[in-house]
Design a protein around this ligand. Structure first.
Ligand code: FPP
Ligand code: MG
Length: 292
């Protein structure tokens, strides 16, 4: 199964998208793909097979996102907390990731043609060396594709991401690249793993659990959240439609909030701009080291 399924949409699905496009379409959708193990139990599969089914659903869902006109999707594929699961399950998930990131090289032409960028957000230092290498190569290979950016949260928690952002800022101050007075909400946002992207407009969690589980906490203060009762491998196109309709109904409140926060934003001074550019270059160099 490729990262983005090739299956064409049915006429009914196409019709629904046309209706939906009459209203605002979320630019960025985030997914907490929960319920893979309950699904596996329900249909008598091994846990890891439940995660494989989860990847198949992700592939289908990314096709729907692309057709709707979503520009950025962020998916919670492996939390740092998941390292506490049995070694059999953790190894199974790492193996699944190896297969899927290796697939990026096989599919590179199609990914480029469709404009699909695959970016991992998370603490790569916690992963096995060979997976770090595959992930870094996949990211470098697709980084210039611009139609749909897929942020794969892998070895990720929001609290770890925020701690890492603070660390980058402190290093900047210690190296005299920043002054303490430069530190504000915007600077910390720009040092997160998600710095190149936008905040999610819509966040969907499956499996009936109503919590955020340390996912995009900083980025989701103004996000429409949709909790679906269905287990992730059973998520359908129509659940996605229902979530987008909820987003459209809440749209006018969001616009009011954004107009207010826009006024609060300050423009960066030259020192901050040059620090952020150095940080970006440093992160690309780190990726090149992992890829070598
Ligand atoms: C949560 O369900 C799901 C995960 C911890 C893993 C999600 C991974 C995928 C969908 C595969 C994606 C893989 C790549 C490489 C992108 P759960 O295990 O918590 O299930 P439960 O809630 O029923 O226990
Ligand atoms: Mg779960």
């Amino acid at each position: 199964m490729p990262w983005v399924a090739e299956t064409p949409l049915s006429r009914l699905q196409q019709f629904c998208i046309n209706v939906l496009r009459c209203g605002p379409v979320p630019r960025h959708v985030a997914f907490i793909m929960d319920g893979n193990r309950r699904y596996a139990k329900k249909v008598h599969l091994e846990k890891v097979e439940g995660h494989s089914k989860g990847f198949e659903k992700l592939s289908e869902c990314l096709r729907w996102c692309l057709e709707i006109g979503v520009k950025e999707a962020t998916v919670y594929a492996f939390s740092i907390e998941n390292f506490k699961r049995s070694s059999e399950e953790v190894n199974g998930l790492m193996q699944l990731a190896r297969e899927k990131f290796a697939k990026v090289f096989q599919d590179s032409e199609r990914l480029e043609k469709e404009g699909i960028c695959i970016k991992v957000i998370g603490n790569l230092s916690l992963l096995p060396r060979d997976l770090q290498n595959l992930i870094a190569k996949a990211m470098l290979l697709t980084m210039n594709n611009k139609k749909l950016v897929i942020n794969v949260a892998f070895a990720y928690t929001s609290t770890d991401e925020i701690a890492n952002s603070v660390k980058s800022v402190i290093q900047g101050v210690n190296n005299n690249e920043l002054s303490v007075d430069d530190i504000n909400e915007e600077l910390l946002s720009k040092c997160l793993y998600t710095s190149d992207g936008t905040n999610p407009d819509l966040l969907i969690r499956t499996s009936g659990e109503v919590r955020l589980s340390d996912f995009l906490l900083w980025q989701s203060s103004n996000t429409t959240i949709y909790f679906a009762e269905v287990l992730w491998p059973e998520f359908t196109f129509y659940h996605l439609m229902a979530a987008v309709f909820k987003y459209q109904r809440s749209y006018s409140d969001r616009v009011r909030f954004l107009t207010h926060t826009e006024k609060v934003k300050e423009s960066y001074n030259g020192r901050v701009q040059s620090f952020l550019e150095k940080l970006r270059q440093r992160r690309i160099s780190e990726l090149k080291v992992y890829a070598s």
